[in-house]
Design a protein around this ligand. Structure first.
Ligand SMILES: [Zn+2]
Length: 360
């Protein structure tokens, strides 16, 4: 709650867009925000209007920026296309060094669930060649996993694969790197699944290579049939991850219990709301995922509507973690012909690739 108050006060003081927006809030709210005393309880937040993705379009990011431009370490441009009507828009986001470092910390914790010291992790997500790209942040995070030489343990190694994910190239990468873990988007995984050679290498390996042990599915919702197919074809454990560029890539990651994705509570405030009314949904019921960044420095977002649909799972996880769990993302809100919104569910064969360049 303190982190939430800090973020709200920060954006009110520094972001032109939020300064204007908050000026319309009741006087007691503005005073509470200024003094760092508001919100008092989670429900208070519902008084604050949502941030719409359209507000990041074009030069919109400038009105959300809370630091001087020389503190921006990385700009990301997203080309998003609407599922209906083929509309497209360009959204831009800014991250500082610290913003990306915090994502790296989350990645290190999340990858610690599946990667062991000494493992090689093959990463098919793009951005390995660009500082602050998602693969680059992940590779650097992996280098910190494992005790390292000081504790007599080898570190993890992240290596970049070809994001095109063609079976021949991927087979060559498996032979070259002999990875224990793979990080890839469901659409990339689907392209590889039909290849007998990939299945043989990933499932049984070759020579002393014993194949993949774990796969982290990221960037797009993981359809249940794909999880099953990978588990059986490649004989490995599949972990789901939810994140979007707006959440600085990381959001929630599955644990060994495979019963929901543990939320990145330290950095992101999570709400599930009724897409039509905007009212909070009870635990266990699906609604739109709305995020408020808690530690973001360059471009904090307050009540950002992600358009993704999921539920917060009730009760504690079997693994014992106190972190709340997000259920599987069941679909994405898209505009319909009548100007309303409907839920599009992932289709077999095309896991409705989310923001094609979102992870650049
Ligand atoms: Zn758990």
């Amino acid at each position: 709650m303190d982190a939430l108050r800090r973020t709200l006060r920060l954006v009110m003081e520094r972001s032109p867009l939020y300064r204007e927006r908050f000026a319309t809030l009741p006087a007691f709210v503005r005073e509470g925000l200024r003094r760092g005393l508001w919100p008092r309880v989670a429900e208070d937040l519902t008084l604050i209007p949502f941030t719409d993705p359209a507000e990041l379009a074009g030069e919109g990011w400038r009105r959300l920026l809370c630091v001087s431009q020389d503190k921006v370490a990385r700009m990301v441009t997203l080309h998003t296309s609407g599922t209906t009507g083929g509309r497209s828009a360009v959204k831009r986001l800014a991250f500082s060094e610290d913003d990306l470092a915090r994502t790296g910390e989350f990645f290190a914790v999340g990858m610690g669930v599946l990667a062991r010291p000494g493992d090689t992790v093959l990463i098919l997500l793009p951005g390995a060649e660009r500082p602050g790209g998602v693969a680059d942040v992940l590779i650097r995070a992996l280098a910190r996993l494992g005790g390292g030489p000081a504790q007599g343990e080898p570190v993890c190694r992240g290596v970049a694969g070809e994001p095109r994910a063609d079976p021949a190239g991927f087979s060559a990468e498996l032979r070259r790197w002999r990875p224990a873990c793979l990080v890839a988007a469901p659409s990339q995984i689907r392209r590889l699944l039909d290849s007998a050679e990939v299945s043989r290498l990933a499932g049984y390996g070759e020579g002393s290579y014993t194949g993949l042990r774990a796969v982290l599915a990221s960037s797009e919702p993981l359809p249940p049939d794909l999880r099953d197919a990978v588990t059986f074809a490649w004989r490995c454990e599949v972990f789901d991850h939810y994140g979007l560029t707006e959440s600085a890539y990381g959001g929630g990651v599955e644990c060994v219990a495979h019963d929901g994705l543990h939320w990145r509570e330290a950095d992101l405030w999570l709400e599930i709301v009724d897409p039509a009314s905007g009212c909070p949904m009870p635990e266990g019921e699906c609604g739109e995922i709305v995020i408020t960044t808690l530690t973001r420095e360059a471009l904090p977002l307050v009540r950002y509507r992600t358009g993704d649909v999921a539920a917060v799972l009730p009760g504690p996880c079997r693994c014992g973690s106190p972190l709340r769990r997000l259920g599987r993302v069941v679909g994405r809100l898209v505009s319909d012909e009548n100007g309303g919104r409907r839920v599009a569910t992932p289709e077999k064969g095309n896991a409705h690739e989310r923001d094609a360049d979102a992870y650049s």
